[in-house]
Design a protein around this ligand. Structure first.
Ligand code: NI
Length: 156
């Protein structure tokens, strides 16, 4: 178990695009394990590799139904709309209102580099969008309408 340092908003690494994972290595396995530990320790529901300083297309998510590991994820389908508060472990203590699709279907690879599809609604759909945005160097703060406000908890 290893907790990695979460990069904060003003870190330039968070604005960069990630490279795809070409093959599974011990290093990537370790990265995934550490990202899960880091996310759980910070009480987050999602974490993307650039948030720990690694420009690889790796995302971990757990909205309460167990961990989901997404390697090289892409959004296949979206439907509907939801508007609500969103936060980010790289912007601690703050939240802001973002509109996202209410349903999202994602194609990705798992830790064995097997392709799979996963779909989600509500918080999970929001987490898919938020974390996949991180891989393109997009922070949710650039999508917020009406500015950020302080929160007493972190949900992403
Ligand atoms: Ni985030």
């Amino acid at each position: 178990m290893a907790i990695r340092t979460i990069r904060l908003e003003d870190d330039p690494v968070l604005g960069k695009k990630c490279r795809p994972v070409e093959k599974m290595t011990d290093k990537i396995h370790q990265l995934i394990d550490d990202m899960l530990d880091t996310m759980y320790e910070a009480n987050g529901v999602g974490l993307a590799a650039p948030q720990v300083g690694i420009l690889k297309k790796v995302v971990v998510i757990d909205v309460g139904d167990g961990p989901i590991v997404l390697i090289n994820p892409q959004i296949l389908e979206t439907e509907g709309e939801q508007t609500g508060d969103e936060g980010c472990l790289s912007v601690p203590g703050m939240a802001g209102e973002v509109t996202r699709p209410n349903y999202v279907k994602v194609k990705a690879m798992n830790e064995n580099m097997e392709v799979f599809e996963v779909e989600g609604t509500e918080l999970l759909a929001r987490a898919f969008c938020h974390e996949i945005d991180h891989l393109d160097g997009i922070m949710y703060t650039s999508l917020v309408k009406g500015g950020l406000h302080p929160v007493e908890y972190q949900d992403e």
